[in-house]
Design a protein around this ligand. Structure first.
Ligand SMILES: C[S@@+](CC[C@H](N)C(=O)[O-])C[C@H]1O[C@@H](n2cnc3c(N)ncnc32)[C@H](O)[C@@H]1O
Length: 266
């Protein structure tokens, strides 16, 4: 968080959320890639700070010959790995600076990923374009209107298509974003959906995350025709000591930090 910016809980709508998050991710992209790029791997698919890889978890199943969409792809590391597994993977992201990093990795890895600058709530694809859609800590917790984002995924998927996404585990929203023992206390209600907002001294919103409970996600998926097939709550691996924001070994040993929802259309 920059100087002069405070964190609050307050209501923010879709348009303001998108404006704030686009400029925040544009400004933060270089630092994000410098800090986390090595952990993510230039051609690597990591679902969460616990280090869950798609190679091990196989949440998406066999992607050979499949049309795959990554939502909130950042520098496209996950889609890039899927292309090496035989998928026709493409990505979208709200931040043009994140997508510039994707183009940099296209050149550096020689595994190009087609990408478009777009929001998860208005996917720039025709109905029934994909077999699989996923998001690894991408857009889902950054949109006000998650129901529209999930309905958009249902629209662009073919019947029987798979949708999987990772988000901050909903129980973590009731705790401070602190990886130390200080973060092991409940300071707000689990059921308080008021967004986490960073705002400057003039009250201008600079960053937003939206919280939904486990039940909210199940209902949002069900209303768009998805059947929830799995909810993975990765355990913190022994010997893994990397701290990423509020994630780290201290809290990771006791409570989940990530939820990976896996659903099928129809
Ligand atoms: C934590 S990063 C994750 C990116 C990538 N999956 C990774 O693991 O590095 C979140 C990404 O979501 C993107 N994002 C935020 N809001 C979005 C929206 N409404 N539509 C599409 N992407 C969005 C951000 O620009 C950012 O690149």
């Amino acid at each position: 968080m920059s100087d002069g910016v405070e964190a609050v809980r307050r209501t923010v709508g879709e348009r303001e959320t998108r404006r704030a998050n686009r400029s925040d991710w544009d400004a933060y992209a270089d630092e994000y890639q410098a800090t986390h790029g090595e952990f993510l791997g230039d051609v690597g698919f990591i679902w969460s700070p616990e280090g869950v890889t798609e190679a091990d978890a196989r949440v998406l199943g066999d992607v050979t010959g499949r049309d795959v969409l990554e939502i909130g792809c950042g520098a496209g590391q996950c889609a890039r790995w899927l292309r090496t597994q035989g998928a026709r993977a493409v990505g979208i992201d709200l931040s043009s600076r994140q997508l510039q990093h994707s183009r940099r990795l296209d050149a550096e890895t020689d595994v190009p990923v087609p990408v478009a600058c777009a929001t998860a709530t208005a996917l720039p694809f025709a109905d029934g374009s994909f077999d699989v859609a996923f998001s690894a800590f991408g857009a889902l917790q950054f949109v006000y209107d998650a129901a529209t984002a999930v309905a958009e995924v249902a629209r662009v998927l073919r019947p029987g298509g798979r949708f999987a996404f990772s988000v901050t585990h909903p129980v973590r929203w009731s705790m401070p974003d602190d990886p130390s023992e200080e973060g092991l206390k409940v300071t707000s209600s689990y059921w308080d959906r008021t967004p986490y907002v960073e705002q400057d001294a003039a009250g201008v919103v600079t960053y937003v995350e939206h919280h939904r409970t486990v039940g909210d996600w199940a209902r949002i998926l069900g209303r768009s025709g998805f059947r929830l097939e799995d909810l993975i709550e990765p355990e913190w691996p022994e010997g893994h000591d990397r701290v990423w924001g509020g994630w780290g070994p201290v809290r990771g040993a006791l409570i989940p930090g990530t939820a990976i929802f896996s659903a099928r259309l129809g």
